[in-house]
Structures are given as C-alpha cells and as structure tokens.
Design a protein around this ligand. Structure first.
Ligand code: ZN
Length: 129
C-alpha cells in the first residue's frame, strides 16, 4: 500500500487504512531503532529489507508531509529513525542475486577476495589433516 502512494491524493481516506499505514511505519521505525542501537545487526536488517525500504521511500515521504500538514501529533518529524535506515538502504548493495552485479571497485574487490578466502580455508584444513 505504501509503495502505491506518490502524492497526497493517493493516501487512502479510510481511517482503518490510515491506521494500518501508521502502524506499519511505527513498526519499521522500531526496527530502525533496534538496528541503530545494534540490538539487531544493521547488515541483517538491510540484507532482508533493502529493496522494500527503497521502494517505500516516496510513499513514506508523502505520508510524512501529510501528517505534518494535518498536525496530527506534537511530533516535529514523524518516524525519525526510519529515515536513517532508508538512507542506508539506498546505498546498500547485497551480494545475493536480488541486486544486479556490483561493478564498483568495492564489488570487484569483494569478488576478487572471495576465491582467496576459499583458498586460505582449503590450505588450513589441508594442513590439519
Ligand atoms: Zn538486493
């Protein structure tokens, strides 16, 4: 539902839908807080959620702007921790097949490093036997 929102007119009018959206964003904000305080490793959160987080950015921005305009609470900036996580998701690149092959220098180095790690492991286990 969040992904389909790109302007204020896309926001559902139904009170139950609005509550569901706000509850969802509240849960994401909590998840972002757990990641920020390292209760859950940020990498794990991003590994699972980097695509959904990127895709919901526009919708969350629209909902935030709308919530501020409607003065629904005393909160100056709704879901403050979620923004940190969304920013991180924007630049996150997984080594799993969900992301296109990373041809940046960092991606290439990671790929180059992988075989040597394997070689080291094999040498070590070979020495043990
Ligand atoms: Zn991905």
């Amino acid at each position: 539902m969040i992904r389909k929102i790109s302007e204020a007119s896309d926001i559902p009018k139904d009170e139950l839908d609005i509550r569901l959206l706000y509850r969802t964003l509240g849960v994401f904000d909590n998840m972002a807080m757990f990641a920020r305080h390292k209760v859950v490793p940020v990498k794990w959160v991003l590994e699972v959620w980097h695509h959904p987080l990127k895709e919901m950015r526009k919708g969350v921005e629209t909902l935030r702007k709308n919530a501020k305009q409607r003065n629904e609470s005393s909160v100056a900036e709704p879901w403050p921790q979620l923004w940190i996580l969304i920013d991180k998701a924007e630049s996150y690149h997984s080594t799993l097949p969900c992301c296109p092959l990373d041809n940046s220098w960092r991606g290439r180095i990671r790929r180059l490093a992988a075989p040597s790690r394997w070689r080291r492991l094999r040498t070590r286990s070979g020495a043990a036997t």
